[in-house]
Design a binder for this molecule. Sequence first.
Ligand SMILES: [Zn+2]
Length: 374
Amino acid sequence: MKTTLVVFCCFASLFIKAQLPQQPQNIFIITTDGFRWQEVFNGADGNIVGNPKYVADTALLKAIYWDDDTAMRRNKLMPFFWNVIAKKGQLYGNRNYGNKMNVSNIYKFSYPGYNEIFTGYADLKFVPNKPVPNRNTNILEYLNAQDAYKGKVVAFASWNILPFILNEDRSKFEVNGGYEAIKDADSNAVFRLINQIEEGVAEKAATRYDELTYLSAREYIKQKHPKVAFIGLGETDEFAHSNRYDQYLYAANKVDKMIAELWYMVQSDPFYKDNTTFIITTDHGRGSKANTWNQHNTFVKGSGEIWMALLGPGIVPIGEMKQQQKNFQKQIAATVAMLLGQTFATDHTVAEAINLPVQAKTEKENAIVVNTRK
Ligand SMILES: [Zn+2]
């Protein structure tokens, strides 16, 4: 009973302080492929971090990312998530509290996952991770067709299949994926350098180094000020599939740093400051066990369990969502549209937006995080 009262008071005070959510002018969607909610909310996994099968130097990895305390441990892995987003944004998907964020598609691998994120539609049609142009309309192409966003939508992705999932040819907005050179690079020294480095990568895998994707996106954003940007990172999934838990953690830690740097850049740029919202998520989960964490598909338990982080205008600073709740990957597309004051409607069904909490009207309502903006 005492505990319940304390929780009530904390939530109430949080909400009283909260500002009315404003509408963002710009949205950045950032994904890190196949990164588990377990590491987002618990940090390094105690059942894996000491296993020499997956970790080259277990003592050193523990020295870098381990702490017996969960809050300290996750803070070591994702400092921006836990020092900034957990205070100024919202974090969905901590199943320790019954807060669930789920994949709806039955396949639970990348093509269907990105399709679900961007089209709002969990397509039953099987499409493999191959260069197949997506038949479904995505939120980025929808926005790019609106006057307010025409020519102001861009996507940079490490994985060379994402241009097909976003159907670059039909969509008409700029999509840079895999080791594709940046277009019209002549007038920009950074673009020229990135293109040179990419040309020099001898063995070009399907997934470009995340650092190159990130630097390309960052320079584009700095120079061209797109209103809607997607940055798709891929190393977390690559290292998990190659059974390297140490590199998987290191990649996640780098993703956290990239997001921190991007947020700092946005908040220091008058064009973006206080009018830009970040949506950060993943395309699928992975196995929940110490011997299945490296895999994901429809038969591996845990593959449909994901997470989402939100930061910026329109997002009430609640931090970690601790109430029992179930949200879905397919709701992200409509949520992006809703935040921008748009409605995403197309010729396939689009799942409704997530009921983001807004500032409640009375203190009584403040204790129950259910008020919606619909
Ligand atoms: Zn994936």
